[in-house]
Design a protein around this ligand. Sequence first.
Ligand SMILES: C[S@@+](CC[C@H](N)C(=O)[O-])C[C@H]1O[C@@H](n2cnc3c(N)ncnc32)[C@H](O)[C@@H]1O
Length: 271
Amino acid sequence: MQMNTPDWSAAQKRVEQLDDYIAAKQRAQFGFEELTEQEKAARVRRHFNSVAYKYDMMNTVLSLGIHYLWKKIAITRLALQPGESVLDVCGGTGDLSIMAKKQVGPAGRVVLYDINWEMINAGRIKPTNARTRDAIFYVQGDAEHITFPDGTFDVVMVGFAVRNITHMKRAFREMHRVLKPGGRFLCLEFSKPVWPWFRALYDWYSFHLMPLLGDLMMGERKAYTCLPETIRLFLMPDELAEVLRAAGFARIEYERMTNGIAVAHTGIRRL
Ligand SMILES: C[S@@+](CC[C@H](N)C(=O)[O-])C[C@H]1O[C@@H](n2cnc3c(N)ncnc32)[C@H](O)[C@@H]1O
């Protein structure tokens, strides 16, 4: 098996993906490509516009369905109760929102919040879980400026998305702001597998098979090359925990899944 895959970024490079560096350099990265902040936001929008209607199918194929399991495990960490209000930031096609709605029940409220209407709509119109989907509220907006007042939600969650947000720290501060005091938070993201041999396999899969499948199934080789690149630039779990702490969250814990391919961070907003 020929490896020849990009390295995982060094700590300094990962830190340079954060707001302060981006503001200072006025440059942001989407995958390994360097762009202006505005270009990055536009690129992210174009990316999700182009993949929206096949997003769920591609996720299932590329992860062999494991992404549902990660979402299921992660959401149990929130111990959702009937009647609670939940904000699903960057909710996309709604997997986490659906799971949440089933748990908070008719008296609860789930708001799926995403910047991209194509992603929202691709989920909204799917026939599976149609009644649950109909019971979710859909709001289009930017995670960096959440259009809800302070202390609105019992729970805020974000799944597989913060890597794509240009000013991640600002977005976390916003997620913290709209949580009620004592409210719970979940951030689910990709990360670096722990075992070197497994990481080598994952690297090969990410940079060879994944772009090929993206090309064959969607004609989107570039989109599926960018995806593993954004993961290689993302913070390690301890670094992310530190960023969450700085955004105001307390009692931060994280759990690695599938040897660390996915990591679920949880925290609370202090009373
Ligand atoms: C990889 S998808 C994840 C969707 C869903 N959370 C899931 O786990 O399947 C990332 C989502 O983040 C959204 N997004 C990216 N930047 C955003 C921003 N600044 N504000 C709100 N949503 C954003 C995209 O439109 C996309 O739907």
